[in-house]
Design a binder for this molecule. Structure first.
Ligand code: UFG
Length: 335
């Protein structure tokens, strides 16, 4: 298949395109390279530097490459920024997605065949859940503008599908972490907020200590519990989803997580074991908008697509991230 991958130079995108290529697909990356890195692209992959807000350019790229399917990662992702600047988030994430979908609808009209989409959604669509593990039909009450923009895009896709026939799969990721074995690519966000990345940068001496945001949550050790899913397992889910859509699978949504949670303290204990030295910890107040526990019920994607996570051991997951950060202490900048 020929696949157009928006945001393909980002953290999850760059892992996914490697697996798509390994599975025999042809990949065209569309990225504006504000958060993505050219260095994260495998040699020889076609890259179109473009912004989804430029509707004419998106239309031209879709017309020229005639993709069989699209994987849509490109988005702003930082929760705190989304609260400070909702306008930028709605514009980038929702209007940008609309431009892409409209280009794909035009392509459908011209070619008489729908171009299915795998959409990068998030556990943030659920907000504070009533029960864990969280099934796909749980209430959607995002606690951040970021989560709202992803939910709005899911709804847009669903409405387009109902009206125009637009097969798609919304994959709701839990806490994505780790890096490809060998550590050639990995997490390198311009704004760093993720627990494991920050802990490993602290281990490299780039930060004085690790802050624990809240120890008074209703959890066994008082810190928040999250479902840490390895980026390579998440990439596998995309390969399976795009193949299923190509084979005629219906529109649906899937949680992608391990189905097992770890607390902030458990993650930091595992980081200490992996790096071989205890990090300095500081207890801070709660970070606004953090639900106490987020754990996925991923039974549906396992049953429908046969997805099976390979990285289930937290220490091993962190080891893969550590290999990346140790080899690239300043991300791609120093390459
Ligand atoms: N945390 C700390 N100290 C830090 C950083 C994080 O204690 O320095 C805590 C957070 O408070 C939270 C947990 O570690 O309890 C995980 O925080 P992350 O920032 O790593 O991840 P989030 O759970 O906030 O969010 C991530 C993605 C979202 C996605 C969500 C789904 O960033 O896009 O997972 O579970 F929606």
């Amino acid at each position: 298949m020929r696949l157009l991958v928006t945001g393909g130079a980002g953290y999850i995108g760059s892992h996914t395109i490697r697996q798509l290529i390994a599975a025999g697909h042809e990949v065209v990356v569309l990225d504006n390279f504000t958060a993505g890195h050219r260095e994260a692209l495998p040699e020889g992959v076609t890259a179109e530097e473009a912004d989804l807000l430029d509707a004419a350019r998106v239309g031209e790229i879709v017309t020229r490459h005639e993709p069989d399917a699209v994987i849509h990662f490109a988005a702003l992702i930082e929760v705190g920024d989304s609260m400070r600047d909702p306008r930028r988030f709605y514009r980038n994430n929702v209007v940008g997605s609309m431009n892409l979908m409209d280009a794909l609808l035009d392509a459908k009209q011209k070619r008489g065949k729908a171009v299915p989409v795998v959409f990068s959604s998030t556990a943030a669509v659920y907000g504070e859940p009533d029960h864990v593990p969280i099934p796909e039909d749980a209430a959607k009450r995002p606690t951040s503008v970021y989560g709202e923009t992803k939910l709005a895009t899911e709804k847009l896709l669903d409405a387009y599908d109902a009206a125009y026939g637009f097969p798609h799969m919304n994959l709701r990721y839990f806490n994505v972490c780790g890096a490809i074995e060998g550590g050639q690519i990995g997490e390198a966000h311009p704004n760093k907020t993720h627990l494991i990345e920050l802990a490993l940068l602290t281990a490299l001496g780039q930060r004085p200590s690790m802050k624990i945001f809240g120890t008074d949550y209703p959890t066994p050790d008082g810190t928040c519990i999250r479902d840490y899913i390895h980026v390579v397992d998440l990439a596998d889910a995309h390969v399976l989803a795009v193949q299923a859509l190509q084979d005629g699978a219906p529109t649906t949504r899937y949680n992608v997580g391990l189905g097992h949670g770890f607390s902030v303290k458990e993650v930091l204990d595992a980081v200490d074991r992996v790096v071989g030295t205890p990090l300095k910890r500081e207890i801070e107040g709660r970070r606004p908008g953090d639900p106490a526990v987020l754990v996925a019920d991923s039974a549906r994607i396992k049953a429908d697509l046969g997805w099976t996570p390979r990285f289930t051991n937290l220490d091993h997951i962190i080891e893969t991230a550590w290999a990346w950060h140790r080899g690239h202490p300043h991300g791609y900048a120093a390459d």
